[in-house]
Design a protein. Structure first.
Lengths: 435, 317
């Protein structure tokens, strides 16, 4: 590795010196085009330091290589349409840090990133298998994108209330979890999981529910397989679990569980690490006190996959073929994933965007607060939407149509039996998985 | 020399031709309309045409589509989610319009009286309409929240009339009516102010004449106010139906079409399938499916409600 001495430069102290020293080396070894400039599009920040550190790292890249980079931040709902317009018109940003599925949808319009992906993998302890799933074109070894980070959604709970319910440790199996939820409800601190059309939280809960019981939307050959006895088991379990929820979860949107947990209305939900930090850092002393009582745990494992499962919100960077400066774009992505930059970003965001590269599991951020440790292994638990099939448009549409969420919700609401709900989900998924 | 002379003659001819052309009135009118026509074509006709074209293709967000005829519509016809959204849209439009007109007309009649602070009151009435829809939607979202609803709080914690918080949005029918109520609240000002304007054009002499004939308040309303108000009522009704039928923001912000698709309107479903779902063709087909309903509503307002017989009684042709 030409830039292996960077490994020595840990943290911010050596960064300035490192950047100036690195200047000739990066530009020379990577063949960066003369006079290159880049435009980057990424989702807007969700935690405050995200944008500031991303901009700092980008400025460091400019300093090291002389390549001017403009970063535009799109709101989360606009990112997908903007990526699509970029892909379809062949104009606009050179690099898009898009949502997980998008590189797979625009695969034939993307620059091959195999070189830098393999370099990064070798250097940083390898990619997590799910990161390879997100980065490589389906059933090939060609990398079309660099997954940059993923926000996980394990259980968030009030320690004292779980203890009061008689659990010293957070349950790791379905039966224990149901028992905990029943006792929480009896004590007046019920659990609450979003069952409304909540694209993040609703899918996170329902995917976990079905996956952990061994159900899945499609099989390895993209054949719809949701109508299975495992799914029906999951739905029966969901019905029992729903009885223990706080009323009104059928209309919960993504923000509802945050509001309820912050107000002390619920004792258990699922969320990204951002909720913990917003409570802990609250200026309201009452809310900040809740932070001391919060903890996180992985959701119960179940017999389904043989390990814990989770839905992660992943950002996946791609370089479009229409760029005039593909080498500069590749080097930019490599640079952002290198330790000096990436670790600072990971740490600054309190582990909100967790690492797809294994070496960053040793980052200081995971020692900074034992309560966030569970987020470290997000990529070990995560599965993709459309599991076990390929990451395709159909998978994205089925997700956006809330097929999984509504299957669970209709059973919980008593509108359908588990069998009916599974059959309906199968019908709806088949509308998009047609060949 | 001859060549120069010919050129000059040609020049004179063309000048005369141009002048005459610009003196020709229809041509001048056409030229002056061109900029407006251009704007209409580029910003209205083209997107509309493109939308209609997309509805007949299988375009996805990642790739251009092929013409597939009516396949999108056939597939939608067999899709219960779409059928529900059509019923929801009709119910939403129907009930909300009746509510808006009932309450709006009542409000207009009240405001037409001589009240203290008349101008201030009239200005206040407009507030729901002035507030950006998304803001009022978020306010209603809090009002209907299962945990933090102010209505539930008052009923349960202050007055003690109920034991549990109301689940406004958790079941299909309460959710539908909650949304309709929010839409009515937002729509009343437009109806009330428009009808108030209409009321003020009715000559007091007509009421005096009716009173001399011994008409009571109801008869004056039925035989003077209502017929005189009919033309403006037809216009306001048309607009109101169009706005309500195509409503998007309230539903999208409050329920996203949930619970379990029971409040999806055609507009929200079209967006969900087209943009987050990536099925541009299918989304466009849903949007295009709204057109016949809109055309019918418009025709009904113009041809039925604007008929003179309706306005001025059976025998007055």
């Amino acid at each position: 590795m030409t830039i292996s001495r960077r490994d020595v430069l840990i943290g911010g102290a050596g960064l300035a010196a490192g950047a100036t020293l690195a200047a000739p080396s990066i530009a020379q070894t990577a063949n960066i085009e003369k006079g290159a400039t880049l435009r980057v599009l990424r989702p807007t920040k969700f935690v405050d330091p995200d944008q500031a550190i991303f901009d700092e790292n980008t400025a460091a890249f400019t300093k090291a290589t002389g390549v001017q980079v403009r970063v535009d931040y799109a709101s989360w709902e606009d990112l997908r349409p903007q990526t699509a317009v970029t892909a379809n018109t062949g104009a606009g940003p050179d690099v898009v840090v898009g949502w997980a599925d998008d590189p797979h949808i625009f695969a034939d319009k993307l620059v091959d990133l195999t070189g830098i992906a393999e370099d990064l993998g070798k250097k940083y302890g390898g990619w997590y298998p799910i990161a390879e799933k997100y980065g490589k074109k389906d059933k090939t070894n060609t990398w079309i994108s660099i997954p940059m980070g993923g926000s996980g959604g394990p259980a968030v709970y009030r320690e004292s209330w779980v203890k009061e319910a008689g659990f010293d440790k957070f349950p790791t199996d379905h039966a224990g979890f149901l028992d905990l939820c029943r006792k929480l409800k009896a004590n007046g601190h019920p659990a609450g999981f979003a069952l409304g059309n909540a694209v993040g939280d609703g899918n996170a809960f329902c995917n976990w529910l079905v996956w952990s019981h061994g159900g899945y939307m499609v099989d390895e050959n993209n054949k719809v397989a949701i109508n299975s006895k495992e799914t029906i088991e999951a739905l029966k379990y969901a019905k029992a679990l729903y009885e223990t929820f706080i009323p009104g979860t059928l209309s919960w949107l993504d923000i509802s569980n945050n509001k309820a947990l912050t107000a002390g209305e619920v004792g258990l939900t699922q969320n990204g690490v951002s909720l913990y930090f917003s409570i802990k850092n609250s200026k309201d002393e009452k809310i900040a006190a809740i932070g001391k009582d919060l903890n996180h745990a992985q959701m119960p494992v179940g017999a389904g996959v043989g390990r814990a499962t989770e839905t992660a919100l992943v950002i996946n960077a791609m370089v479009f073929k229409h760029t005039k400066f593909p080498n500069a774009a590749k080097e930019y992505l490599r640079f952002m994933m290198e330790k000096e930059q990436y670790d600072k970003w990971l740490t600054g965001c309190f582990g909100y965007w967790t690492q797809p590269l294994k070496a960053y599991a040793n980052s200081k951020v995971w020692e900074s607060d034992p309560k966030i440790l569970v987020y470290r292994d997000t990529w070990e638990r995560a599965l993709w939407s459309g599991y076990k099939g390929a990451i395709t448009e159909a998978a994205g549409t089925v997700n956006a149509e809330y097929v999984m969420v509504q299957m669970v919700a209709s059973v919980c609401a008593g509108q359908a039996t588990p069998e009916q709900a599974a059959a309906e989900a199968e019908r709806r998924a088949k509308r998009y998985y047609r060949t | 020399m001859t060549i120069a002379a010919e050129a000059r003659a040609g020049h004179q001819f063309s000048q005369g031709w141009l002048t005459r052309l610009f003196d020709y009135k229809p041509f001048l009118v056409f030229i002056c309309l061109l900029p407006a026509l251009g704007l209409l074509l580029v910003f209205l006709s083209y997107p509309l045409g493109l939308g209609v074209w997309l509805a007949f293709t299988d375009t996805r967000i990642g790739r251009a589509g092929y013409f597939i005829g009516f396949e999108n519509f056939q597939s939608l016809w067999h899709d219960p989610v779409f059928i529900t959204s059509v019923w929801n849209t009709l119910l939403y439009t129907g009930v909300a319009t009746i509510g808006k007109f009932g309450l709006g007309l009542w409000l207009a009649l009240l405001l037409n009286n001589h009240l203290p602070f008349k101008s201030l009151l009239r200005a206040l009435i407009l507030v729901p309409w002035i507030v950006p829809t998304v803001l009022s939607a978020i306010a209603f979202w809090w009002i209907y929240d299962p945990q933090f609803s102010i209505i539930s709080y008052i009923l349960v914690d202050v007055l003690g009339w109920r034991e549990t918080y109301i689940d406004f949005l958790g079941a299909p029918w309460p959710a539908r009516f909650s949304l309709i109520a929010a839409n009515i609240w937002r729509g009343i000002p437009f109806v009330a102010i428009s009808l108030l304007a209409g009321l003020q054009t009715i000559s007091p002499a007509l009421y005096e004449a009716a009173m001399l004939d011994g008409a009571n308040a109801w008869q004056r309303f039925r035989h003077v106010t209502l017929p005189m108000l009919m033309p403006i009522l037809a216009v306001v009704l048309t607009f109101s139906v169009l706005f309500t039928f195509t409503d998007f923001q309230l539903v999208y912000a409050i329920t996203r079409g949930g619970p379990i698709n029971s409040t999806h309107l055609m507009a929200t479903l079209a967006f969900q399938r087209g943009i987050p779902g990536g099925q541009l063709g299918e989304g466009a087909a849903i949007a295009v499916a709204m057109i016949p309903f809109l055309v019918m509503a418009t025709l009904f307002s113009y041809f039925a409600l604007a008929r003179r017989k309706w306005q001025q009684g059976e025998d007055n042709d």
